[in-house]
Structures are given as C-alpha cells and as structure tokens.
Design a protein. Sequence first.
Length: 413
Amino acid sequence: MAGKAKDRAKQKSEKSSSFRSLIWYGPQIATVILGTGAAFGLGLVKGFAVQELLQILCFTALGFGMMGLAVRLHFPYHPLDPKYDSKHLGRFWITALIALALSSLSLFLPNTTWLFLPVYVILGLYSAPLIGAVAGTVFLTFTTLLTGAGVGVFFLYLLSGIFGILVFLPIRKEQKLILPFCLSLGFLWVSELGGILLTINARLSVEQLLLPSANLVISALLLLAGTRVYVSRELYHDRDLFLYLNDTEHPRLVAMRTEDKKGYLQSIHTAYFCERIASSLGMDGEVLKCVGYYHRLTPLTDPARQDFYDEMQFTSPVRAVLNEFTDYAVSKSKRPIITREAAVLLCSQTVITSILNMYEKGAESIDSDAVIDAIFKRFEESRVFIECDISVREMVQMRALFKKEKLYYDFLR
C-alpha cells in the first residue's frame, strides 16, 4: 500500500511539474512572438524603412523577453497551492494581452490620450510592483518606438506609471483607494500639462485640454474597473471558503466535537485568540482563525497531511502556517518558529492548553497573569522565537492581550 501511495504521489508530482512548465514558459514565449509580430505588422502599416523596422523588432523582442524573465524570477509563487498560483498567473497574462492591444491602439491616437497609467498599475496588481514596472515600460517602449513620439513623451508616461505603482501597490484588505486615485491622476495631469501642452508653440487654450482631460477620465475608469476586479477575484477570492471553514458547524469541527470534546474546546478557544491577536497586530485574521480551528486535525506526516489540505481546500497561507506548526510539534519543540503567524498560533495554543489543563486538574481559581508570564518566560529561555519574524514589541502586545482576557479564562472553567 505504501509503495502504491508513493507511486501515485510521484505521478502526481510529474504531471504537476509538466503542467507548471507549460504554464510558466508557454505564455512567455507566446508573448514574445505576439509582441514581435504585432510590431512587424504595425511597422509595415506605418511605412518604416527596413533598417528602422529591424531596430524596432530587435528592441521589441528583447523587451518582451525581459518581461518574461521578470515574471519567471519575481512572480509571487505559492508552492503549496499550485491551482491558485496558475489562476493568478493566467490572469496576469490575460491582462498583458489587453495591455498589448491598448499599446497597439495607441499608435493611432494622439499621445495625450495614451492609457499607460492604468497599464502600469493593473499589471503590477496582478503580479508584483517590479514586474508591473518592467512590463509597463516594455509596452510603453513598444508604442513609443512605433510612433516616434520622442523621449519627452516616453518619460512622461514612464514617470506617471511608476508613480502610480508606488502609491497604489500593494493593495491590502480594507485599504482606502481614494487617495491613490487622486494622487496618480493628479501626477498624470501635471505631467501631461508640463510635458506636452506647455511645449507646444501656441497659446494654451481650452481645446488643447480636452484630450488630456479625456485621458484622465478614461484612465480613472480603467483603474476603477481593474482594481475592483482585482479586489474581488484576488484579494477576497477566498472569502466564501473561509466563511465555510471558519464556521463552528463545519463537518470536521462537528465530528471533533463529538469524538474529542477536549480537543474541540482547545481548538475553538485557540482560534478565538488567534483572531484577536491578528486584529491587534495587523495580520490576516481569517487565516489565523482557520489554523486555530484545524491545527489539531492536521496529520503529522505526508502524504496524509497533503491529502488533508487538498480535501479541506486550504489556501497556501493556511498550509504554510500549519506546516510550520506541525513540523515544530513533530520535532518536539527543537525546530525554531520562523513566521509571525506560527508564533501567534503557538502562543495561543499554549496559553489555552495550559489553562484548560489546570482547570481539568481541579483548580478553583487561576492566576492567569502568572501563567502567561511563565509561558512567555519559557519561550524566551528555550529561544523558540530567536529566528522568528515577530518583533519584541509585538510579543509584548500579545502578552498584554492575553492578560486582558481574565473574564474569558473564568468562562473556560
């Protein structure tokens, strides 16, 4: 049986590896071909000489190749959740194709109406700020070379695009986007006014402001649409899943309540503290609440652990925290804790387990402050968090939060 399980795991790994190679390399090669082909066709339409066209094709191919390299080296990668990873990557390449279409369309529009601010920002949203900056610049170079717009126009949109990335990214949950919208659009307006309109050898008139104004309106609409889609599909794509997983009536939790009531209570109360601490320290409360609920149900070894993750459809952050905490438990506390999330889970689980055990042994009352101080002192002496990302200030905040919950500990009795 064990041999068959290993064979299935190996076949699954090989299939996943070949699929991932196709996902990671296929679109990059296709984009170089499509981009260079588009440059060739549009160059013929524009009537470039052979020497100029070859130069444009050379820079275009190099640019799109560099964009593919940036994706391969710096794209956010989730090794524990390849399905989500593939969807995330696919959406980026769809966005890149739309950007290529916009860049091609810009060849036939006045340079005061180019829409590169949303191109930079949205490409960065669906990948990483560095990739957004590289990809946006490649598309801008594509359009500038084929129009001969000049260095001034190139730097106008380069600076406005980079500034848009700086003020927008990364978008976090519950972040207000009004200020980034106003700042990025204001920067674009000032850049166009100073970079294009004021260099025209004519008196500035209302008519000359119409096209830049239209550019601002369309850029704002594209930014609004792009960020809304990103927030719904990327930032909150797992909201429904967490609503299901973090429900105390989830079938797995109901079964644990029946079969292991002590373990169920420990998990429920651990999840409560995980969520409270996450809110206090600015961490993802949904992820920490989920690991609090399911850390006792996580199998200690593979492939049972991975099968459990797949069955529960855990996201990659949940898998990473559960992996770290479970490996720490298997090593009998010899492996140091690295991430802040695992530190919060360990502290919450230890405090709750200690207090529940004391009540189970017949304690009438508990000096919770002394218990908490002893737990954190033991953590300090054993150097569990010596390599952890959590700061001393955050540890102090966490200890203080535990001490504030005296009434909650009385409720556990």
